[in-house]
Design a protein around this ligand. Structure first.
Ligand code: SF4
Length: 207
């Protein structure tokens, strides 16, 4: 019998519903900056350096006046920092003030340095209606294990999740799968015995 994912995903969503993203931020300006900095780097690393970044550039208007050299001093340890500096400066020049931060997937992904995954994270954290499903590296690993999606292409996995799940669950489902991957369904030795999805997980049931 095919798995009824619309129903079977609900215990996982309930487990993590509303839990804040591991990136630490105090407002949506800080959220956008942290999300851009965290691409291909770890949330923990970005959380460490973010306070001094935000002390120097407390809002979009301040960031819009920054120069690359000053930003490099603050984020030179971040992976791909030179491009991220360009993106942050271009993004700030475009948005100008915190109040202009976009609130749709289309407008967010039009900004430099923000792809669909980042935009989906931002929409969820801003408590705005989901327009897609968050697919980060954890979801790319866990969704095929579960059997809810196949392949390794984040875009294709997102499309499969959108086709499979109720739209009302898009916002929480991606993040819940991501949390599961961070905490339980690790790359090696997943803790299947204590996993809320083990009743329907293809990887676990295949033994
Ligand atoms: S049952 Fe195991 S493999 Fe399946 S999602 Fe849970 S931890 Fe991962």
């Amino acid at each position: 019998m095919p798995v009824n994912w619309k129903k079977e995903i609900l215990p996982l969503i309930n487990q993590y519903k509303g839990r804040k993203h591991p990136l630490e931020y105090g407002n949506f300006y800080e959220l956008i900056v942290a999300v851009v900095l965290s691409a291909q780097d770890s949330d923990r690393h970005i959380n460490k350096l973010a306070p001094s970044f935000f002390a120097s550039y407390p809002n979009m208007a301040a960031l819009a006046k920054a120069d690359a050299e000053s930003l490099h001093k603050l984020i030179s340890g971040v992976r791909n920092f030179a491009n991220k500096t360009k993106w942050l400066l271009a993004l700030a020049a475009e948005i100008k003030e915190n109040k202009n931060i976009p609130t749709t997937l289309e407008a967010l992904t039009a900004l430099p340095g923000i792809g669909r995954k980042s935009a989906n994270v931002i929409l969820r954290e801003m408590n705005l209606p989901a327009e897609g499903v968050i697919v980060d590296l954890h979801v790319v690993r866990v969704a095929p294990r579960l059997g809810i999606a196949q392949g390794t292409d984040p875009k294709k996995i997102e499309k499969q999740l959108m086709d499979t799940l109720d739209k009302k669950d898009w916002g929480e489902a991606g993040m819940a799968i991501s949390f599961l991957g961070r905490e339980i369904c690790r790359p090696t030795n997943p803790k299947c015995i204590e996993c809320v999805m083990n009743r329907v997980c293809g990887y676990y049931l295949a033994g």
